[in-house]
Design a protein around this ligand. Structure first.
Ligand code: PMP
Length: 430
């Protein structure tokens, strides 16, 4: 069956809003290292890792072996019985968390993790009034959509929580974004104070991504969340760091995205998903015990942290740490930046290259400076034809997103950058 036939069947039976990448969507059949192959045998260098779900490498043998072994032993999944891989993974995650007296709860996705974090914070504080950043993305459950500031990913305005949005990530082209770092931070802090003044009541939490993922890899200046925390602490408001994209060393410089803000920026709750499972469906929440245990009724996630996904995630984390893939993200991310940064000023459509480690955004604009989503689509199609998979995002769909598996090699970084630069040079010339 060809891609075209499968895409036709997909469209006939799945929802219209389940968008597919590419004019001719691809059917990824196999992966190894940083490469994938489609069902027609075409090879691609993968710079998106299925939206950052492949953290270490495709088909990592240690993960495959752990999953195979566990699946061959026991397939029952409920967390009602003791589950060795889950306990071991929880201990590992707790050790790595940077949170005092941590407790860990596993879920099946980032959405379910954020939903749980909101449950914890609202229960702990006895309020369903929450804060989120403008342009954020936190998932697709009813409450995760209700804290998603990017309205094109939030299909309902009905809401189980009352959300107020504050400034906190640099969106190019807005007056705030042009400010120097320190002034930008203080303007965001002033906005936070202003919003809190208007709410004038019991606020449960702030939920935010240290670097906005779907929002186009946009980040605030380092240290901003520490300044936010000073304000939040005065009101007893909890801070939830959504590390679904930024966790596990992806930013190169730190293990968690929030650490760019220093120890004073430490969150009360961390959520994670995607990369920890290297493709397996696992996410979770880390919180201080008093916050985690503020939920009094029973609650289980039948599949969250099942023996199979927990065993796979444990093998994945071991590989990540043993091989210092965080260090590798810093090194190969620097190689990519060396290649790509020069595009600003040289290729007119490239307005900005930004990000940290292996989380790099390339923002495209038209000659008049307005966002160019059509160029982003054109570059995505061209790079695919040339054997490179990348992502896109941003509030206007005009930011290319680069987030390869963290085991990326330097030659692969150079090869991907070469293909991308050639496509950028060609864009808009047809
Ligand atoms: N938070 C962030 C920052 C995300 O990027 C995503 C997924 N794009 C989610 C939450 C939701 O995760 P999932 O799709 O696993 O539910």
């Amino acid at each position: 069956m060809t891609h075209a036939e499968l895409a036709k069947r997909h469209r006939a039976v799945l929802p219209e809003w389940l968008a597919l990448y590419y004019e001719e969507p691809i059917d990824v059949e196999r992966g190894e290292g940083r490469h994938v192959w489609d069902a027609e045998g075409n090879q691609y260098l993968d710079f998106f890792g299925g939206i950052l779900t492949t953290m270490t490498a495709h088909a990592l043998p240690e993960v495959t072996a752990a999953v195979r072994e566990q699946a061959g032993k026991v397939l029952h999944t409920s967390t009602l019985y003791l589950n060795r891989p889950m306990v071991e993974l929880a201990e590992r995650v707790a050790d790595l968390s940077g949170i005092d007296d941590p407790r860990v709860f596993f879920t099946t996705s980032g959405t379910e993790a954020n939903d749980t974090a909101l449950l914890l914070a609202t229960s702990h504080r006895g309020s369903n009034q929450v804060l989120a950043l403008r342009n954020s993305y936190h998932g697709r459950s009813f409450s995760a959509m209700a804290v998603t500031g990017n309205r094109s990913w939030s299909p309902t305005s009905l809401s189980p929580v009352q959300t107020a949005y504050v400034h906190g990530s640099r969106r190019r082209g807005t007056p705030l974004a042009e400010l120097p770092d320190a002034e930008f931070t203080e303007a965001c802090v002033a906005d936070l104070e202003d919003v809190l003044g208007q709410l004038n009541g019991n606020v449960a939490c702030l939920i935010a991504e240290p670097i906005q993922g779907v929002g186009g890899f946009a980040a605030p200046p380092d240290g901003m969340f520490a300044r936010f925390k000073e304000v939040l602490d005065r009101h007893g408001i909890l801070w939830i760091s959504d590390e679904v994209q930024t966790g596990w060393g992806r930013t190169g410089e730190h293990f968690w995205g929030w650490q760019a803000h220093g120890a004073a920026g430490a969150p009360d709750i961390v959520t994670f998903a995607k990369g920890i499972g290297n493709g397996l469906s696992i996410g979770g929440v880390i919180a201080r015990a008093e916050v985690m245990n503020s939920v009094r009724a029973n609650s289980i996630s039948t599949f969250g942290g099942s023996p199979i996904t927990a065993a796979g995630a444990l093998a994945n984390l071991d590989h990540l740490i043993t091989n210092d893939l965080q260090g590798n993200a810093a090194r190969t991310g620097a190689v990519l930046r060396e290649q790509l940064d020069g595009a600003v000023g040289r290729i007119p459509a490239v307005a900005d290259v930004r990000g940290k480690g292996l989380m790099i955004g390339v923002e495209l604009v038209r000659a008049d400076g307005t966002p160019a989503p059509e160029l982003a689509t054109e570059v995505l199609e061209q790079t695919r034809r040339d054997g490179l998979l990348i992502g896109k995002g941003g509030l206007d769909g005009n930011v290319l997103r680069i987030a390869p598996p963290l085991s990326l090699t330097e030659p692969e970084a150079r090869e991907g950058a070469r293909i991308l630069l050639a496509a950028l040079e060609k864009a808009g010339q047809r």
